[in-house]
Design a protein. Structure first.
Length: 60
């Protein structure tokens, strides 16, 4: 799990570092964009519920 302040390059770092590996990358920005059409912080509770669901499905 990678955390940091907004716009600090977390997604860029993950995509660059782990793109050619077996790592599973779940990006909150991408999930926000799927749900709301943009990457703002609206519906944050729903977004984190979906993230947790994806993680549970991966571990199942």
């Amino acid at each position: 799990m990678i955390i940091g302040i907004p716009c600090s390059g977390k997604s860029y770092y993950c995509k660059d570092k782990y793109n050619n590996s077996n790592a599973i990358i779940i990006l909150t920005d991408e999930i926000r964009k799927e749900i709301t059409g943009h990457m703002n912080m609206k519906r944050i509770v729903i977004i984190w519920c979906l993230i947790l669901l994806k993680v549970e499905l991966i571990n199942f």
